[in-house]
Design a protein around this ligand. Sequence first.
Ligand code: GGG
Length: 329
Amino acid sequence: MSETATVAVVPGDGIGHEVVPAALEVLDAVADIEFVHAEAGDAVAEQRGTPLPEGTLEAVSEADATLFGATGETSADVILPLRDAVDSFVNVRPARTYPGVDAVQPETDLVILRENTEGVYAGVENRLTEDVSTLTRLVTQSASRRLAEFACDYVESNGHDGFTVAHKNNVMRVTDGLFVDTVREEAAARGVDVDEAYMDAMATHLAMDPAGYDVIVCPNLAGDVLSDLAAGLVGGLGLLPSANIGSERGIFEPVHGCAPDIAGEGIANPSATILSAAMLLEFLGADGAARDVRAAVEATLADGPRTPDLGGTATTDAVAEAVVDRLPE
Ligand code: GGG
C-alpha cells in the first residue's frame, strides 16, 4: 500500500454494526487507511425510504475497497447493486479449519470461487398472475469466461493443481451447459486441470469428504449455498470471510448475514469480518499486514477468548482486543 487507501465502511444491518467496528479496530492497528462511513440496509430503508442511499453507492464506487457487514430483508437491493457498482464478477470464499476450534470435518481447506453477477441472482423475477411467478436464470459466456480466467489465474498463482467446477448441466442443459462448456474451454486453453461435479452430489461429497476438494468454481446460487455448507464443516458462519473482486475495486464481507437472533447483544463472532479485512489488505497490496492479521486471528482462535458460537462467553469487543494484542509490535 504505497499511499493512504480509502476504504468505504458499510456495516449494513444487525450484527454488521458489531463485527465491522471490531474489524476496524484491527485495521487501524496495522494500516494507514482513510475510512469513509456509509449506511445501507433494512433500518435505513425505514428511515430514508431506500435501503441504498445514493451517497453509499457513490462512496463504494469511489473507494479503493469496501468493508461490508451484513444484510437482512433488503439484501437484493443492497449487496447486489453494490457488487455491480464495483464490477465484481467473482466472490472468493475460503473455508478452512483452525487449531483449537471444533470442526465437523477437520480436513476442510478449500476455496469457493462463486460467479457473482448472474444466474438466478440476476434479479429477473416476475409475478405473472396470482398463481404464477417466474425467474429468469441468466448465464452469459462472457461472465463464465471471466470467472474461468480468474480461476485459472488463482490456481496458477496460489500453487493449486487445478479446480473442480460445480454445475447441473444434466437439468439446466442450456444455461449450465454454456457455463461449464465455457469454463472447460478456458481451462483447456490455459492448460489448467478441471474436474467436474454435479452440485447436488458435490454437497454430499463435501459433507462427507471435504478433503477431496481444493478450489471449487461454481454458479452464483450454488456458491452461496455451498459456502454456507462449508462454514458448517469448519465450525460455523462466524469463521468464513469473503472477497467480492472487481477489475479495480473490491467489497470484503463476512459470509454470514445479519443474525437478528443475537443482534444487539455484542456477542457476534468478529473473526469472519476480521479475516475479510485481511483479504481487503491483501487486495490493497498490504500482504505483510494481511498475514499478521490472519496469524493474530488464528492465535486468538487457538487460545484466546471465544464468542458463544464457538462455545465461549466472550464479547465481540473482547475477541477484537485479543486479536489486536496478538499482532506484532
Ligand atoms: N455479509 C453477507 C450477507 O449479508 N449475506 C446475506 C445474503 O443473503 N447475501 C446474499 C449473497 O451473498 O448473495
